[in-house]
Ligand binder design. Structure first.
Ligand SMILES: Nc1ncnc2c1ncn2[C@@H]1O[C@H](COP(=O)(O)OP(=O)(O)O)[C@@H](O)[C@H]1O
Ligand SMILES: [Mg+2]
Length: 258
């Protein structure tokens, strides 16, 4: 479905931009259709940067990017436009995800109209069809973002991504700003729609328990590199890399103290 080969990204900053920071270093892996690949690693290790490279929200410095077997590394904005609908990204911050002065309905139909996929009437029909799968009802459509809860916003954001009929979704810490009980509900929604709409996920989190719960395979990232990638059970039971072992041991210690 999606594949990266030797992908790297260097950020430059400071006077004459002479300070460099290699945020992603020669990363290679693929995600199969219908799979959930979990991406775990501590804050600042490059998870978000890697995911933005994968959906071309950031240009890669080195390496190759394949989407459905097509090399999209050097695609222009114009070439990317039709592909944009197929790759969606859902972020952590529910507060900033929706325009504060647009109703939920306006936010939901906007991408369909922007991409000129359909007219307003059909767009509204499509939105209506997506409410039940994400666990919302019609009532919410006339409200503004400040009138709905964080969990509901995240459901709206998920529905909005679905309107465009994507095949690949990056979930960048999608539940880390939510209460634990709400987090579980949103995870349930994500699992339900994955089956229903045949979605492929890159699920990013710093929470190993959550990643192990939702992922088929886990990629462990440390200082810009993928240091381990295997079936979730394998990584949890027999981590190989010292950094994975450290993560798993911390998680086991946490479990024992509960
Ligand atoms: N646009 C940017 N410009 C400069 N440095 C950045 C930029 N985005 C991220 N970084 C740096 O790259 C590193 C990786 O960041 P990020 O991918 O957000 O990590 P994570 O998502 O794992 O927390 C961090 O050190 C961060 O400060
Ligand atoms: Mg991040």
């Amino acid at each position: 479905m999606i594949r990266v080969e030797g992908v790297s990204k260097v950020f430059r900053s400071g006077w004459l931009r002479q300070q460099t920071h290699e945020a992603v270093k020669h990363v290679s892996f693929s995600i199969e259709k219908g799979e959930t690949l979990g991406l775990i690693g501590e804050s600042g290790c490059g998870k978000s940067t890697l995911s933005r490279l994968m959906v071309k929200l950031l240009p890669v410095d080195q390496g190759t990017l394949f989407f459905e077997d097509t090399d999209i590394t050097h695609y222009t904005m114009k070439q990317m436009f039709p592909l944009r609908t197929k790759m969606q990204i859902i972020f952590q911050h529910p507060d900033s995800a929706l325009h504060p002065r647009q109703t939920i309905l306006q936010s939901l139909v906007e991408p369909l109209l922007l991409h000129q996929i359909t007219d307003r009437k059909k767009a509204i029909e499509r939105v209506m069809d997506l409410l039940a799968p994400v666990g919302l009802n019609e009532e919410i459509l006339s409200r503004y973002p400040h009138q709905v809860s964080g969990g509901q916003i995240q459901r709206v954001v998920i529905a909005r991504a679905l309107t465009l009929n994507p095949s690949f979704i990056v979930l960048d810490e999608p539940t880390s700003m939510l209460d634990v009980s709400v987090q579980a509900q949103v995870i349930d929604v994500l699992r339900t729609i994955q089956k229903q709409f045949d979605l492929t996920y890159l699920f990013i989190s710093h929470d190993l328990e959550l990643v192990a719960h939702v992922s088929d395979r886990i990629a462990v990232m440390c200082k810009g590199e993928i240091v381990e990638l295997d079936l979730s059970k394998k990584v949890m039971d027999e981590p190989v890399h010292p950094y994975s072992l450290k993560l798993v041991n911390a998680f086991r210690g946490y479990q024992m103290n509960r």
